[in-house]
Design a protein around this ligand. Sequence first.
Ligand SMILES: Cc1cc2nc3c(=O)[nH]c(=O)nc-3n(C[C@H](O)[C@H](O)[C@H](O)COP(=O)(O)OP(=O)(O)OC[C@H]3O[C@@H](n4cnc5c(N)ncnc54)[C@H](O)[C@@H]3O)c2cc1C
Length: 453
Amino acid sequence: MRKMRLAIVGAGPAGIYAADILLKHERTFDVSIDLFDHLPAPYGLVRYGVAPDHPRIKGIITALREVLDRGDIRIFGNVRFGEDLTLDDLKQHYHAVIFATGAVRDASLDIPGIHIPGSYGAADFVSWYDGHPDVPRDWPLEAESVAVIGNGNVALDVARMLAKHVEDLMPTEVPANVEAGLRASPVTDVHVFGRRGPMQVKFTPLELRELGELRDVDLVVAEEDFEYDEAARAAIESNKQILVIDRIMRAWREHPQTGSSRRLHLHFWAKPVEIVAGSDGRVAAIRVERTVSDGAGGARGTGEIREVPVQAVYRAVGYFGSPLPGVPFDEQHGVIPNHEGRALDARGEVIPGIYATGWIKRGPVGLIGHTKSDAMETIQHLVRDQANWWSPAEPEESSVNALLESRRVRWTDLDGWHRLDAHELARGDAAAPPRTRVKVVPRDDMVQISRAE
Ligand SMILES: Cc1cc2nc3c(=O)[nH]c(=O)nc-3n(C[C@H](O)[C@H](O)[C@H](O)COP(=O)(O)OP(=O)(O)OC[C@H]3O[C@@H](n4cnc5c(N)ncnc54)[C@H](O)[C@@H]3O)c2cc1C
């Protein structure tokens, strides 16, 4: 039986699901899969994006781990496509590649003042509190009043992590330096700004409800933001999710504040138009324009400007994919141009051997579960395209190890991940009080522990 050698770049959920689906797929060929990731540990944004106080979602790692633990997928961590390995290398050793490299940076927001000190991207903050090895370990949490721009779940994560008392983050896997930083934070008010109305948010009900359950944090909404028009009423009637969101917000409007030491304000119909610097050059306020419904689910400006004093701004307006050397990239949407997972060239023609799945295929929207259906579609094409795969000159598995060795790449493998995982869990057990896990953060330490050096 013909044996296919497949490279998957990106060991987040999309890459792992793609490998799993191909291995279980009905097919007329054998398959051997190598999974590469530039991080020394697998699981992508499940490890480095999902908030530490969401253990149920973090628990998806258990299912992903079961796939890897079967032992029929080889993992190469700490290998960066584009530096340690190129597209030409992949063509030399594999019949095809699936890119599952996700999206790790913040989308831009083009308003005056967005780059002044004290204005941050949510992705960087998330990477910090989730212990990502490639971001600085210190985060300046000096603001009493903070603005969060955005009305999606990442904005809620950031607002919640800023407003929540650190004691209530225990016993999660939040790293020790993050715990110390949050403990010293003087924050009292977190303001979340959305340019559209409360019935047009992208929050999911579960995450929204959680905000109202934070200990010693009052939820503040303005009654004037809740004058529903026809479009909002239609949304409530036709969409179960919006109906639940309306119920949650209704309960908040009816409950008086209880004098908590921290407040979380949700501002709707408020479009950020400028971040204002103080005399020290740092963030001093955010200017927002009042908007109104355009009658079609969107919003238009009214020209009425309001200034809210804040000392830090976090923009959570979406993530954005990064280009991969030698691979076409759609600069506007931050994805590999593709049709149902088959990469396309500038003329819109299918490029043989190159596939995409997950956020780099579809853009940074949707939950972890959606990457499974993504992978299903991509794998179906991969299997059908058999006649057009590459013809590698060196398809032997050992040739890839030899190549990485010749380049002195210190890659980590499945046994290495088991070592690192066990080490982190043991650190969690040994902590006082015990914690789910204490992550190893510096990349070198991760690699050393994984490689038992
Ligand atoms: C802050 C945040 C919170 C979230 N919370 C939830 C939640 O609670 N529930 C939920 O269902 N979903 C949540 N999501 C969404 C979820 O994380 C994504 O749907 C999912 O991770 C996308 O999977 P992916 O595999 O496409 O990308 P990723 O998870 O980003 O994985 C991509 C992998 O590719 C690797 N990579 C990138 N470039 C290279 C390269 N050049 N060479 C080698 N490897 C590379 C990366 O290191 C990474 O491991 C959240 C997302 C964010 C940003």
